[in-house]
Ligand binder design. Structure first.
Ligand code: SI3
Length: 310
């Protein structure tokens, strides 16, 4: 059952028009652009995709649009997590009915699972709603407030959730990350989710990584992976430092990292529009400031983009 995603998986932004409604028409160009820039799959409706701010009907429409648009061989993983288990199960069944490649769910983030068994029950119900699809637990304590070690969940669920494929691991606990990879010598696919630590994740044994900055800076990360794989750690560290500087800029312009980085997408030919409430939209002054600071760190060279005229 376990499939291994090898390489970069982007977590796409959900495209909205200026009216704040879905703009699905750009998804074909979005999928082609990702593929052309070295990305192997899309993890949709997650954090970057503002999945928690979409209705279930919108999430289904986004999943259908990616399935119709995806280039040959490009995989689609659908995040189906929700605060209502019934809705999460419904989204999982829908994902199975349109034959996506895998599903994933984060822990519920209002009423939270109090222990490993409660988290297992949550994942089990969702995974059973799409029994033919690989299921990934989405570990993202910074957003859910649930920091149950992923290794504990995998050990508890082992042999009980038939389609458990692994974890999408957006956390900095490298001991737990390594412990997940070590279970039966790599039985589970543990996708690394912290772009600013990709070097560390790859050294620990990651084979696949999911992230938001792979939407617009994938060439940089392709080079980090190549440098680690060829034991050129000095070069890998230099490149990872550029990623950290880029993320620092997007984190410090006065809006969320998500809103700041979504505003970069028109440069890639895919205008994903505004963010949805409650996130704050960037002002044009903030955007100009961000572009100036990105230019100063060489972003347009390492992300292989043209500097827009401002
Ligand atoms: C909280 C958050 O958005 N985390 C990002 C990272 O790619 C993150 O943006 C990056 O590490 C920069 O901090 C991803 O792990 C999220 C992700 O894959 C998703 O959108 O579901």
């Amino acid at each position: 059952m376990t499939i291994k995603y090898q390489g970069l998986v982007a977590a796409p932004f959900t495209p909205f028009g200026e009216d704040g409604q879905l703009n699905l028409s750009i998804i074909p160009a979005y999928a082609k652009m990702l593929r052309r820039r070295g990305v192997v799959a899309a993890f949709i409706c997650g954090t970057t995709g503002e999945g928690a701010s979409l209705t279930c009907e919108e999430r289904e429409a986004v999943a259908e649009a990616w399935m119709q648009a995806r280039p040959e061989g490009f995989q689609v993983i659908v995040h189906v997590g929700h605060t209502s288990r019934n809705e999460a199960c419904r989204l999982a069944s829908h994902a199975e009915s349109i034959e996506v490649d895998a599903i994933s769910s984060m822990a519920p983030f209002f009423f939270k699972p109090e222990d490993t068994e409660a988290l297992f029950d949550w994942c089990d119900a969702i995974a059973r709603s799409a029994p033919s699809l690989p299921f990934y637990y989405y570990n993202i304590p910074s957003m859910t407030g649930v920091a149950i070690p992923a290794r504990e969940l995998l050990e508890f669920a082992d042999g009980r959730i038939a389609n458990l494929a692994g974890v999408k691991y957006t956390y900095e606990d490298m001991d737990d990350y390594r412990a997940c990879l070590a279970i039966e010598d790599g039985k589970y696919d543990i996708l690394f989710g912290r772009d600013e630590l990709l070097l560390e994740g790859w050294q620990a044994g990651a084979k696949g990584a999911v992230g938001s900055t792979y939407n617009y800076a994938s060439p940089l990360y392709v080079k980090i992976i190549e440098a680690v794989d060829s034991d050129d750690l000095q070069e890998a560290r230099r490149l990872q430092d550029l990623s950290i500087s880029m993320i620092d800029v997007c984190n410090s312009v006065g809006v969320s990292h998500l809103a700041a980085s979504k505003a970069l997408m028109p440069m890639l030919g895919v205008d994903c529009g505004p963010v949805r409430s409650p996130l704050k939209q960037m002002t044009s002054a903030q955007s100009d400031e961000m572009l100036k600071r990105l230019e100063a760190i060489g972003f347009f060279d390492f992300a292989e983009l043209s500097l827009p005229s401002v």
